[in-house]
Design a protein around this ligand. Sequence first.
Ligand code: 6GU
Length: 226
Amino acid sequence: MRIDIVTIFPTFFDVLGVSLLGRAREKGLLDVRVHDLRDWTHDRHRTVDDTPYGGGAGMVMKPEPWGEALDEILGEDAVLVVPTPSGEVFRQPLARELAQEKQLVFACGRYEGIDQRVIDHYAARGRVRLVSIGDYVLNGGEVAAMAMIEAITRLLPGFMGNPESLLEESHEDGLLEYPIYTKPAVWRGLEVPPVLLSGNHAAVAAWRREQSIERTRERRPDLLPD
Ligand code: 6GU
């Protein structure tokens, strides 16, 4: 998979070189390129923003640098992902969907956002997804893009050492994950649930399923069918 990120803060993405993601890049599963939007400006001050038409607080990102950058970076079959708090909410099914793509281009806006015509222009010519990572406000799309990139790339075939662990996680089956334990069997007087020491695999599976449902009912009732 090829991932391009366009941002005015390219150093935010330095962490993509470390950990599992860094290894995926080394293994050739992933080709990530970070671009500085200001490289597509032509004025002395490398201006990327201006005041909003109609008035109001804050600044808007100008369309011209975005147009030049995206014309150069977007491949034939690319999906343009625009992180924005006014987008659809990013969930595991969208992560799975985007993990199938050949190229993802993340357009990280700062200030109050990107001139709407940029979105409209590329939506008329290709695939564009406006995506939020939750109902709270960040200063820009960078941290949101990072979260999405991590959720998407860990689903790439060959990324995980043990792909089985992908199936047992919160949200993969629409439920929260059950509680997990390791040694010692007693810690500060707290015991591991005896069923987990029983060696009875069917009983363990049934207990975990129950725990998942109970946890989901308590913490995230919105995930359960009515
Ligand atoms: Cl994608 N961007 C910003 N700026 N804030 C957010 C968000 C994205 N998702 C949640 N809050």
